[in-house]
Design a protein around this ligand. Sequence first.
Ligand code: 5GP
Length: 194
Amino acid sequence: MTTLNDRIKRDGIVVNESILKIDSFLNHQIDPLVISQIAEKLYDHYKETGVTKILTIEASGIAPALMTAQQFEVPMLFAKKATPSTLLEEQYKTDIHSYTKNITNSVIVSKEYLSQNDVVLIVDDFLASGQAAMGLIDLVKQAGAKVAGVGICVEKSFQGGREELEKMDVDVYSISRIASLKSNEVTFVEEARH
Ligand code: 5GP
């Protein structure tokens, strides 16, 4: 079985020391086999936590979040970029700074789809500084719901997001953990420890 690490080694493009491009199987063209393996592993890790909903942010979190929701047999909800016509009283809203685009977006979820009875697993494609995950946690907290954890496809472990989330007592589980993108090369946390 090809693991996500193998696939990253084979098809990932190191753009620079901070950005990895995986457009051929996760961020543009999507390989359903890769995503379904990720979803199975996330399910295995969080299956005892009573998850009632999977939450992500558009657009690139949607594919892994949907497959994960299928494993748990619960709905998947994605935070949408707010538009000027957005009716604030009916929505939870937070600001998220985008790591790759260097812009801040207001994102919303409808109050109708998140309640205090929910136990929410947050899923995203990448974890870098943790801004996206922290924004999603903020939405969950506004609803009075519980965070089961943050499940990530690719964590760049050198960019501080995991530490920030762990400070908030959040269980972070990442399928692939990258220690460095230096010298145009992907080094995984497991390799860096050796
Ligand atoms: P954070 O909010 O943790 O700083 O960054 C996570 C978000 O930025 C993810 O939702 C992801 O879409 C995007 N992102 C961060 N780093 C990378 C990267 O190296 N490659 C790609 N394709 N997206 C990234």
